[in-house]
Unconditional design. Structure first.
Length: 74
């Protein structure tokens, strides 16, 4: 147990400004990701996000040629 405590020991006094900025960024992003997961997976929001379920598999641009779609005409 002592080696585990030594492994996770943090010397707070030796942390530089870059270390603190990185720590704050990681904590903020973790909280935002958790809040996003709670918001997305809440059963009350299912109908709101259900319409985007297959947006990757939509074939609405199937008629358009690739070159024309990118602004290059033949």
């Amino acid at each position: 147990m002592n080696s585990l405590r030594e492994y996770f020991f943090t010397d707070w006094q030796a942390m530089t400004r870059a270390d603190w900025v990185g720590l704050v960024i990681v904590l903020v992003l973790s909280v935002l990701m958790f809040a996003l997961y709670v918001w997305i997976f809440r059963p009350g929001n299912r109908d709101r996000f259900e319409q985007y379920r297959d947006f990757v598999n939509d074939n609405h641009d199937e008629d358009m040629k690739r070159e024309v779609g990118h602004g290059q005409t033949k």
